[in-house]
Design a protein around this ligand. Sequence first.
Ligand code: SF4
Length: 320
Amino acid sequence: MSILDVQGLRMYYSTLKGDVKAVDGIDLKVEKGEALGLVGESGCGKTTFALSILRLLPWNGRIVEGSIKFHDTDIVSMDEKEFNKDYRWKRLSYVFQGAMNALNPVFRTGKQIAEAILLHEDVEKDEAMDRARELFSLVGIDPERVTSYPHELSGGMKQRAMIAMALACNPEFIIADEPTTALDVIVQAQTLQVINDLRRKLGLTMMLITHDLSVVAQTCTTCAIMYAGKLMEYADIDTVFSDSKHPYTQALTSAFPSITESRRELESIEGAPPNLLDPPQGCRFNPRCPYRMDICTEEEPGFIELGGGHSAACHLLSKR
Ligand code: SF4
């Protein structure tokens, strides 16, 4: 059963130079219990895609076309009051990028979590604080630290406090946006372990946004590769690393070290992502693709089903 079903989603930012086509026709389903990694280079539209789901776009962003269904209910056309009351944070939640700065420095951390609970649930202050302690314990922080100010917590604790806050109203679907980017590798590993444990314990469905394939390898069951506002490939995690079919995915995995192939040279992807004010015709990856053919600059490739839930958008696959 799909918890989330996104069809034909286009989301543009208005600028003085025209529309930036940050998300440009994405179809994606997330099944109950799935941990989907949404991967791509900075600026490919993955955060914009996720913010569209929570309807948290900045003032100049708008959904131009498409539907986002959460359990068969279209949340794009839903009244904002209803969405805020019944969906945002309660059923769908978000761990924001940049834990170091996301907490308010002048309030005790537990109070910030309790406030989130009081805003959405009909409970007394004491109950909300008890719940904040429980959440601290759940993410592996001493519950008595609810009285600490953010500057009194380490980077890893702050990130875990952000995860606790996202869990405050018992959501069933959680989006974590680059949850480990600002952390050193040891704290990163601990945070990923917390995420894995929580997913198992609470039966969460998750979308994890990252530019780092190693994060996806450690936490996700499936992976969607995004480039320049479009999806390029979708597959289970093993297939992405061992049998990817899209040249962009192959380039990303070639830039990722392997413990089974000693001394393999890591390859970088030549060039830079396109300007989404005026993206290239045809396949958006064509200016950087070593396999480019004439058709690649003329026609956009459609998604091709490759079996076992694996699909990719590349003209090479239609020639097989
Ligand atoms: Fe490369 Fe063409 Fe495939 Fe795009 S469609 S990834 S340019 S071969």
